[in-house]
Design a protein around this ligand. Structure first.
Ligand code: ATP
Ligand code: MG
Length: 261
């Protein structure tokens, strides 16, 4: 039985196809201006990867900010529930998930059964988000993919004092002009952002087994900075952390299909 999950986020769209308990295809694309277009394009790419057509998908659940514009989704679920579900599918002991996407950061606490017990999120401004890091990578002239590794070369990390993305960008430009090392600036950026996200998570009380999802979890510098700010070792996934919301949606589609058969 094939099922699918589709997560149309603010910056990227993700699709996962499962055959029974296996992930047989997963795709990530940049979001298009229209969420429906993002959904179709990313699902077509995943279907091509799996070598099947949409007719073979028994059930598809949609999630993410564009979830109500996914024409082939039979149900929609919140991103919070989907990130919890996806993380738990991969790491059954997980009790807390920190998802940092393009537009917001979320801390999700799960009960022993894996249901969402509490959550907190910050979508008021870009300061704790992937978009913040993208803008800073642009100001520093580095690729977002390289920021994590480069930050480990820091010898004398800077302290970033501005939370606001506009002021932080100006601050970074003046640090570059002062001759500060780029890796010292990157390390300082990760540390500042990790502290903001850690206080969001601490606000709902930390659990023992914590993992990180969302595209920002691919940034190993942010991953380590968050471990330091939380004072814990995070559980690292072997699966691409950016697809966890779509995976959770696929797991929900599986439950729906099983319930209706
Ligand atoms: N290869 C990579 N290395 C480092 N960071 C990355 C990489 N790919 C994506 N990112 C980060 O992930 C962010 C996007 O994350 P994600 O795809 O989870 O967002 P989204 O789901 O579209 O957003 P939201 O959930 O807020 O609506 C980017 O802003 C960027 O900071
Ligand atoms: Mg997301």
């Amino acid at each position: 039985m094939y099922v699918a999950g589709c997560d149309v986020g603010s910056l990227s769209a993700k699709a996962v196809i499962m055959k029974d308990t296996d992930i047989v295809a997963s795709r990530v694309i940049y979001a298009r201006p229209e969420p429906e277009e993002s959904a179709r394009e990313v699902m077509d790419a995943a279907l091509a990867q799996a070598g099947i057509t949409m007719r073979e998908i028994e059930s598809c659940v949609g999630t993410g900010y564009g979830r109500n514009s996914i024409p082939f989704a039979v149900a929609v679920e919140s991103e919070i529930a989907c990130h919890g579900k996806g993380a738990r599918w991969l790491i059954p002991e997980v009790r807390m998930v920190i998802d940092i996407g393009g537009q917001d950061a979320k801390a999700i606490r799960l009960d022993e059964q894996g249901n969402v017990a509490r959550y907190a999120y910050n979508d008021k401004c870009a300061s704790g988000t992937g978009r913040f890091l993208e803008i800073m990578a642009g100001a520093l002239g580095v690729r977002i993919e390289d920021m994590g590794e480069l930050s480990f070369q820091a010898k004398n990390p800077v302290t970033i004092s501005n939370q606001c993305v506009v002021f932080a960008e100006t601050e970074i430009i003046s640090l570059i002009n002062d001759g500060r090392d780029l890796s010292d600036i990157m390390y300082g950026l990760h540390r500042a952002m990790a502290h903001r996200v850690a206080s969001l998570a601490k606000g709902i009380e930390l659990e023992r087994e914590i993992t990180m999802t969302g595209g920002v979890a691919k940034n190993i510098g942010m991953f380590r900075a968050l471990e330091e700010a939380l004072g814990v070792n995070l559980r690292q996934m072997e699966t691409d952390p950016q697809i966890i919301g779509a995976l959770g949606a696929a797991v929900m589609a599986r439950e729906l299909a099983a319930g209706s058969s």
